[in-house]
Design a protein around this ligand. Structure first.
Ligand SMILES: Nc1ncnc2c1ncn2[C@@H]1O[C@H](COP(=O)(O)OP(=O)(O)OP(=O)(O)O)[C@@H](O)[C@H]1O
Length: 273
């Protein structure tokens, strides 16, 4: 049974316009598959991941997770289904004054009794597990740091360490590399892929770095203007397809950071503003 089966799915955001952010999306994703979602800014990548995490109710079309329509379930059953899905947003919502160890262990809250969860707020229940998860993202030394003292990239990896501790069967990761340098980007994608493979979880990851999407993921789903432009094995994706996808945009690449002088000029311009 596939993890996801979507047919002609249309999703609208709440708001005055109610314009569709996703139009007639059809996708079947098997358990254990690893795929990247690419596309220009505003294409609908975040909306698709949030829909797959049951955060948006589709307006039209058919939607099944593990063979079940989540929106036909009652609230409690849908909540149980959501516990099998883990959405790692681009900016993880971590309580600012919390210590990293507590924030990471929060991934286990759905499995814990209320009493155990409360005790863990005072005395973390399994700091070793949190440390191991953080270490896989090169962040073990921040175990007892406060979340609001982390850099953007460290916060992002802290959110991903949470994912390692969740028991989810579908891992939905939104632009995990936006605050990371090239070496950490490689480490992060390899860690996510190894983890998904080890537990046969489905991994769906949105990326602006097209080169990393192609080098790490066997299947590429390209979105533009809320529609699927192509859905292909990476070997069939051509440079012309990528150029057409990002026509009028600058495709993301894991380019090295600018030279020191160029950076100084940019900082200078920023300071004037
Ligand atoms: N909360 C919201 N309310 C109304 N419209 C929204 C909302 N969030 C996103 N949109 C719109 O939905 C469309 C898809 O946005 P989405 O964030 O899914 O794109 P994206 O591909 O993830 O973009 P980016 O790469 O810039 O993160 C855009 O037109 C956006 O303006």
């Amino acid at each position: 049974m596939p993890t996801y089966h979507l047919q002609n799915l249309t999703v609208r955001h709440l708001g005055a316009s109610r314009a569709a952010a996703l139009h007639a999306i059809s996708l079947t994703i098997q358990q254990g598959e690893q795929l990247a979602i690419i596309g220009p800014s505003g294409a609908g990548k975040t909306t698709l991941l949030a829909t797959l995490a049951c955060a948006h109710q589709p307006a039209e079309g058919s939607f099944q997770i593990f063979g079940t329509d989540p929106w036909a379930l009652g609230h409690a059953d849908r909540h149980r289904l959501r516990a099998q899905l883990f959405l790692a947003p681009q900016t993880p919502p971590l309580p600012p004054r919390q210590r990293v160890v507590t924030a990471v262990l929060a991934a286990r809250l759905p499995q814990w009794s209320l009493w155990r969860a409360l005790v863990s707020l005072v005395k973390p229940a399994d700091p070793e597990a949190a440390w191991q998860a953080l270490s896989r993202f090169n962040l073990g030394d921040k175990l007892y740091s406060r979340v609001d003292r982390l850099s953007g990239g460290e916060r992002q990896r802290c959110g991903l360490a949470r994912l390692l501790l969740s028991p989810a069967k579908a891992l939905l990761v939104d632009e995990p590399l936006s605050a990371l340098d090239p070496a950490l980007s490689e480490l992060t994608l390899s860690t996510l892929r190894d983890e998904a493979k080890a537990r046969n979880a489905t991994l769906i990851c949105s990326l602006h770095q097209v080169d990393l999407a192609l080098s790490h993921f066997p299947r590429i789903v390209a979105l533009r203007d809320g529609r699927i432009e192509f859905d292909l094995p990476r070997g069939q994706v051509t440079p012309d397809m990528i150029a057409a996808l990002y026509q009028g945009e600058q495709p993301g690449a894991s380019a090295p950071p600018p030279e020191h002088d160029a950076m100084a000029v940019k900082l200078g311009v920023g300071a004037c503003l």
